[in-house]
Design a protein around this ligand. Structure first.
Ligand code: ADP
Ligand code: 5GP
Length: 227
């Protein structure tokens, strides 16, 4: 649609503590970016955890047994995978790489261990952006997890403890950090990061070369007519 954004498929990796607001921000950013010409394909992960009420197979996750998950690991089918809160989670390599190669933009909601694995994929270097979402305080994170009503007290404790580890582990490889205090402001920040990446010249050189070629042809045509 808009010719402002480079046509190369870009991988947007959104991570941060559970309850920080990743799902909410990703949904908002996808909805608001579509009308200006950025379509973000949300990559559905695989997991061994049980579905929660309202979660649909293939929409929230691909739910599977540990045995099937381990088969996929053995076949090298994951771009990244990790143990998160005692369950296995992973991103399908084929799904992500095929889409990127078709020039589609893909967005992932994964934990910091997965983001770190992807950071080590050198072939994706110029084509990816790591965004870290963080809550304004541990108290607010706890409140959000409680209000969301999806986790037991024990699960909430585990998530709060892990949140602190994530700051230390994550700070070295994130491109952008967004504190999700006010939802509107945080959404604008995520959109800005995505838009900025889609305007980067480094990844768009081929498109710019083509455009420069067209400009030259137009210029030559115009001056030839005037002669
Ligand atoms: P995550 O995907 O990171 O686990 P969610 O997007 O599910 O987090 O958000 C956790 C809860 O916090 C949800 O109930 C969501 O509606 C709420 N929430 C998200 N962002 C904000 C915000 N900026 N202010 C208040 N509540 C928020
Ligand atoms: P939940 O079970 O609450 O949906 O997700 C728990 C955590 O797992 C979240 O922090 C989420 O980002 C992470 N997660 C979801 N899918 C993946 C994945 O494919 N890989 C990794 N590494 N983490 C994931």
């Amino acid at each position: 649609m808009s010719s402002n954004f480079h046509p190369d498929g870009t991988l947007f990796i959104v991570s941060g503590p559970s309850g920080a607001g990743k799902t909410t921000l990703i949904n908002e950013a996808r909805r608001q970016l579509e009308p200006i010409g950025i379509t973000l394909y949300f990559s559905v992960s695989h997991t061994t955890r049980n579905p929660r009420s309202g979660e649909a197979e293939g929409k929230s996750y691909y739910f599977m047994s540990e045995e099937r998950f381990r088969d996929m690991i053995a076949r090298g089918e994951f771009l990244e995978w990790a143990f998160v809160h005692e369950q296995l989670y992973g991103t399908s390599k084929k799904e992500v790489v095929d889409r990127l190669n078709r020039g589609e933009d893909v967005i992932l909601d994964i934990d910091y261990q997965g983001a770190k694995q992807i950071a080590a994929h050198r072939d994706l270097n110029e084509r990816k952006l790591n965004v870290f979402i963080f809550p304004p305080s541990l108290d607010i994170l706890e409140q959000r997890l409680r209000d969301r009503g999806l986790n037991t007290d024990q699960e909430i404790d585990t998530r709060l403890r892990k949140a602190i580890d994530e700051i230390d582990a994550g700070k070295e490889f994130y491109d952008y950090i967004i504190i999700n205090d006010d939802l509107k402001v945080a959404t604008e920040c995520l959109k800005a990061a995505i838009i900025a990446k889609k305007l980067q010249t480094k990844t768009a050189l081929a498109a710019i070369d083509k455009m420069a070629e067209r400009f030259k042809e137009e210029r030559d045509g115009r001056f030839a007519r005037r002669r």
